[in-house]
Design a protein around this ligand. Structure first.
Ligand SMILES: NC(=O)c1ccc[n+]([C@@H]2O[C@H](COP(=O)([O-])OP(=O)(O)OC[C@H]3O[C@@H](n4cnc5c(N)ncnc54)[C@H](O)[C@@H]3O)[C@@H](O)[C@H]2O)c1
Length: 334
């Protein structure tokens, strides 16, 4: 099979991770070019990845005709390049969040449907060994019916946590929430409490009720210590309990795993006490996510996470904001 021709739009940290992830796929992929509105960034990534640099997507597309484009522009700048790539007949792997507004996210999902191209989203936390194993345990019924879950996240990880709720427990049906917001502390001017939080400026506490009847208490704050813990997850099921305590930044090995009833192998399955290894790094999560996307695309299977998953996470975030603003329970459309 001919190598998949891949281009990258946006050459910051995420663009460099995607480039490394494509390189790791060997001759299945030909990284034909990278582009950035800042020429020096495109040239630096092109040099390190052994490919060509371009000033923008139009130039890259005209010269190299990619089959697949990774959109790694900054938050709030995904829609334009993703729509241009889909219109040019390319598949797209978009960084999160899918878009800066729900309306833009809907336009992207509609464009993928209209062009018949695949729009994927890089929810790479699903590919971290601890979360993949936790999902397998929940799906296997080892915990019985999940009843109550508690997730504590650093604000930087709030968007990934919303996606992990869907990954672990399925679709969210109802939301209620309280938000503490200080406008001057917002990182992203487009993520206002009128649309969605994306990265809460101070704190958010939300209660999410899933369609399957589990209740998830999700708390995220800028006031957590990033060095200490990015994420804690506890799941209580009718037949068992798992808790992953303290996933540090850049090393997805939980510091402590709690298991009930006793299962001596479970802590190791969930990554506790694993030797330090690149398999637990954020780079590995990027590689695993990109590889899973390419595998599915080339095999003609549904990709692990597509534009509808990106839209779904934004709709939960929007429901959180509305629940807080209107002091109500927000029901998500089925
Ligand atoms: N999934 C993850 O774990 C993860 C981790 C880090 C970042 N990200 C996401 O990746 C995206 C990029 O993050 P980053 O840290 O690399 O940002 P960044 O600001 O370092 O890089 C973005 C680059 O895009 C360029 N750019 C902007 N508009 C462009 C356009 N129209 N055409 C070409 N280039 C353009 C900018 O000049 C910049 O170099 C964000 O959405 C972020 O949330 C995801």
């Amino acid at each position: 099979m001919a190598a998949l021709r891949v281009g990258i739009v946006g050459c910051g940290g995420a663009g460099a991770e995607h480039a490394r992830a494509y390189r790791a796929l060997g001759d299945r992929v030909d990284l034909v070019g990278v582009c950035d509105v800042v020429a020096a960034r495109a040239m630096a990534l092109a040099a390190s990845a052994g490919t060509r640099a371009f000033g923008g997507f139009d130039e890259l597309r005209a010269a190299e005709r990619p089959d697949l484009v990774s959109v790694c522009t900054a938050e709030g700048a995904h829609t334009e390049p993703a729509l241009a790539a889909l219109a040019a007949g390319c598949h797209v792997l978009c960084e999160k969040p899918l878009a800066a507004t729900v309306a833009d996210a809907r336009r992207m999902v509609a464009a993928a449907a209209a062009t018949g191209r695949t729009l994927g989203i890089d929810y790479n936390y699903r590919h971290m060994p601890a979360f993949a194993a936790l999902r397998t345990e929940i799906a296997s019924g080892a915990l019985g019916q999940p009843v109550l879950a508690q997730i504590s996240a650093h604000a930087f990880c709030y968007h990934h946590a919303l996606d992990l709720v869907r990954f672990l427990f399925g679709e969210v049906a109802e939301v209620t929430a309280w938000v503490d917001d200080v406008p001057s502390r917002r990182d992203f001017p487009w993520s206002t409490p009128e649309e969605f939080l994306y990265v809460p400026s101070v704190s958010v506490a939300a209660v999410l009720r899933t369609r399957a009847g589990a209740t998830v208490c999700l708390a995220a704050s800028r006031l957590r210590s990033l060095e200490d813990t990015l994420l804690d997850v506890e799941v209580l099921g009718t037949a068992g309990r798992r808790a992953l305590r303290g996933l540090p930044v850049g090393d997805a090995r939980p510091r402590r795993v709690e298991v009930w009833p006793a299962d001596p192998d479970a802590p190791a399955r969930l990554g506790q006490s694993a030797p330090e290894s690149p398999a637990f790094s954020l780079s590995h999560a990027f590689r695993a996510s990109v590889a899973a996307f390419v595998d599915a695309l080339t095999a003609g299977r549904p990709v692990p996470t597509d534009g509808r998953d990106g839209l779904a996470a934004l709709l939960i975030d929007q429901a959180v904001v509305q629940a807080h603003r209107f002091g109500t329970v927000v029901r998500l459309q089925g």
